[in-house]
Design a binder for this molecule. Structure first.
Ligand SMILES: CC/C=C\C=C\CC(=O)SCCNC(=O)CCNC(=O)[C@H](O)C(C)(C)COP(=O)(O)OP(=O)(O)OC[C@H]1O[C@@H](n2cnc3c(N)ncnc32)[C@H](O)[C@@H]1OP(=O)(O)O
Length: 724
């Protein structure tokens, strides 16, 4: 929306904001600037936003209609602004992001409100600032600072923007009046020195090293994502080429990214993440029907790894927390660990006012006394995965806590309904599956039991948001969404070892695909004993296993005892210094191939008459990823996840799935469901004893229906009554 308002002659005010159609903004800006240019009564122009916001940039949905090769007309309008013979001042309130900051960079002066913030987040959307931003910003603030902003997409507050030189003035009060004042003041002064396209990038003696180090850094962090690397290339062009040629290079790189498919995936994730926040249940409950209850005091039970991280997240969000342990020694160890985590977190926060205060007794209290939990608005139990223990705690909580308290269990797999059955208030019981380390990882699976009330879901989702996490509402089944899908993936990884792979080969294939960690490095990090305990609980190994059970079969299903054998040998992963890899010492992080394991695998294969074969990367990827995706289709059909976007958000924020591939279900849609089905059919014929490889009925149905787009999948899901 753009108004050309002559309210403060001789300065003309151009107001604009995010609109559905970026070309409407571009047209209106063009008309406004041209009109002001030819109007002799106008001496200067101020560009501002509406309702206290300059602009959040282009409508991301509009990018899908931009064709590679289209002339980005925003760039031409920015040129027009910069060429104007009358001073143009940007008055930045709220935010100026992406194309909006590029508009401001085309202006001759920039004034911002003290609370405003600016940034070029295009890289996070798989793009680069394509309207001159990569050429103007280095000219304005120098290459190192521009590289930092453009390759990370980070936002900076006005004070920092002023320090960097992006902003000329900061205002505590009326920014627009201040901009008008400045525009009047500079009217008639020469403008060439304010035109960034005419400036040279400040030269630095070590410029080549800065650029090549930046390239190495982004390549290492990007895990195959192209946009950070293209951003560096574009900034490099600002150093090495004249402005107009730099712009040409920027456009070339922008078009390349636009057509890469990664931009589509990253933009899908932007909306999927927001869609996941708008949970709905099959019974129609949603934010519209249930609101989050205010949570002032939270209790956390258990100060193990998960409890410590959860307490840290809560205190960071300035919530009042009481942390309970069962004995003095564990309480002291836990309290020390939390304090040190909080101190580390505080050191990362530049603003004193935002820092968590580990010493504030009003905020954080440690106790052994269960009765202190009485007035907590919400309790998060974070003891280890033992159903009997959890039920005992919930029974106690049900008796002690005030009637309105919500009771959450941090579990990665256990049955929420069974835990809730130990209480007299199952409607107020919910699963909150945090991911380790809980003060770092963004995801929380919010697990809805049979009796969980919509208000309880809303409250858990509200709490996740308050502490800066992404909550995703899922149904109740063993492993919920994330771990249920992880099981066939990890199972395939171990079967591949049996058949001839080395752990490093499997990890390299999946890390090459873009995962943070391959399955074996991930298992070593998480601790192999976790899965061992769970398998013993399920009777798959250990004392509950029926005597005479064949080593590699459970019922008629293929089973690999390899992970159990490692645990029996005391190899629990990083914490013991030995697992699928060896480490320099317990707790060390660098994984090295272990000759012991190599020989162990040879003996194991001999003992079970398995002939090792060469397995190529394609088979490793297809078997691990397609079985995971197959389980995802089953989960959708069962109603455990309400849509594919939720699964994708869970995998990106909880399991290190590469964001530029859009999550497993989006990835499946890009591969094409017929291909996934054909491959699963091929592998399941070769391995009839692996039921999880048999294609899900829902996947088959979608292929039969002609491979509909992802958005339409759920209209074909077969579950009679959603468990959500
Ligand atoms: C040739 C090149 C020409 C032009 C190039 C231009 C480049 C660009 O401008 S790229 C876009 C750059 N801008 C962004 O990336 C901003 C993205 N948005 C955000 O970071 C946040 O939404 C926010 C603006 C900081 C606001 O955050 P918050 O208050 O937490 O609200 P949200 O829930 O995130 O958003 C509310 C609502 O708005 C939708 N939305 C936000 N930004 C955009 C956008 N740029 N395009 C389209 N839609 C946007 C968001 O999806 C939410 O919608 P719901 O329907 O409510 O989910």
């Amino acid at each position: 929306v753009l108004n050309y308002a002559s309210v403060h002659p001789p300065v003309h005010l151009l107001r604009y904001t995010v609109v559905q159609d970026i070309s409407a903004v571009v047209r209106a800006l063009e008309q406004g600037v041209k009109k002001a240019d030819v109007d002799p009564a106008v001496k200067a122009v101020v560009i501002c936003g509406t309702n206290g916001t300059f602009s959040a940039g282009a409508d991301i949905r509009g990018f899908s209609s931009i064709q590679a090769g289209d002339r980005p007309s925003l760039a031409s309008v920015i040129d027009l602004i910069e060429r104007s013979e009358k001073p143009v001042v940007a008055a930045i309130e709220g935010m100026a992001l992406g194309g909006a900051l590029e508009v401001a960079l085309g202006c001759h002066y920039r004034v911002a409100h003290a609370q405003a913030w600016v940034g070029l987040p295009e890289v996070t959307l798989g793009l680069l600032p394509g309207a001159g931003g990569t050429q103007r910003l280095p000219r304005l603030i120098g290459v190192p600072a521009a590289l930092d902003l453009i390759t990370t997409g980070k936002h900076v507050l006005a004070a920092e923007a002023l320090k960097l030189g992006i902003i000329d003035e900061i205002m505590e009060e009326n920014t627009i009046d201040a901009a008008i004042h400045l525009a009047n003041k500079v009217s008639g002064q020469p403008l060439n020195s304010r035109r960034l396209s005419l400036k040279q990038v400040q030269s630095l003696p070590n410029m080549d090293a800065i650029l090549s180090e930046a390239l190495v850094k982004v390549k290492k962090q990007a895990r195959g994502c192209l946009s950070p690397e293209m951003c560096v290339q574009a900034v490099k062009a600002s150093v090495q080429l004249p402005f107009t040629e730099g712009i040409r290079k920027e456009r070339e790189l922008f078009n390349l990214l636009l057509s890469s498919g990664q931009a589509k995936a990253l933009q899908y994730v932007f909306f999927a993440q927001r869609a996941a926040q708008k949970w709905t249940t099959s019974s129609g409950a949603s934010w519209k029907t249930a609101s989050a209850q205010p949570i002032r005091k939270v209790a956390v039970i258990g100060l193990g790894t998960m409890g410590r991280g959860i307490v840290t997240s809560l205190v960071k969000a300035k919530m009042s927390v009481v942390a309970l342990e069962q004995d003095q020694k564990q309480l002291e160890v836990g309290a020390r660990a939390v304090t040190s985590l909080l101190e580390r977190e505080a050191s990362k926060m530049p603003w004193i006012g935002q820092r968590p205060d580990a010493c504030d007794p009003a905020l954080l209290q440690f106790t052994l006394d269960f009765s202190v939990l009485q007035d907590a608005d919400l309790v998060i139990e974070a003891v280890f995965e033992d159903m009997a223990l959890k039920k005992e705690i919930f029974h106690k909580l049900s008796a002690i806590c005030k009637p309105g308290s919500f009771l959450c269990t941090n579990t990665s797999a256990l049955d929420i309904d069974e835990i809730a059955s130990a209480t007299s208030r199952p409607h107020q019981v919910i699963g909150t599956h945090f991911f380790s380390p809980a003060h770092v990882m963004k995801l929380v699976e919010i697990i809805h039991g049979r009796h969980t009330s919509p208000i309880t879901i809303a409250t858990a989702m509200g709490l996740a948001k308050t502490i800066g996490k992404i909550g995703v509402v899922v149904g109740n089944c063993f492993g919920f969404v994330g771990n249920r899908m992880m099981a066939p993936y990890a199972e395939q990884a171990v079967f591949l070892l049996e058949e001839g792979c080395k752990p490093k080969e499997v990890d390299q294939a999946l890390e090459g695909f873009g995962f943070n960690l391959g399955p074996f490095r991930m298992l070593d990090l998480a601790g192999l004993d976790v899965g061992w305990r769970s398998r013993k609980g399920q009777g798959l190994t250990g004392p509950k296993l029926a005597p005479g059970t064949p080593a590699r079969l459970r019922g008629r299903r293929r089973y690999s005892p390899l992970p159990d054998l490692l645990c029996e040998n005391g190899r629990y992963g990083q914490k013991t210094g030995r697992g699928w890899y060896q480490y320099e010492k317990p707790g060390a992080r660098i994984a090295n191939p272990d000759p012991w394991l190599h020989n162990f695998l040879i003996r194991y294969r001999d003992a079970h008459h398995i002939k090792a074969r060469f397995i190529d990367e394609e088979e490793i990827l297809e078997r691990c990823l397609y079985t995971l995706i197959n389980e995802g289709f089953q989960i959708l059909d069962d109603g455990i996840a309400s849509d594919p976007e939720d699964i994708d958000v869970i995998y990106i924020y909880g399991y290190g799935w590469p964001k530029h591939r859009g999550g497993p279900m989006f990835y499946a849609s890009t591969i094409g469901l017929p291909r996934i089905l054909a491959k699963l059919q091929k592998y399941s014929e070769a391995h009839p004893d692996i039921p999880r490889m048999q294609p899900s009925a829902f996947l088959k149905k979608l292929v039969f229906l002609g491979n509909p787009p992802l958005k339409e999948w759920m209209s074909h899901a077969g579950h009679q009554s959603s468990k959500l």
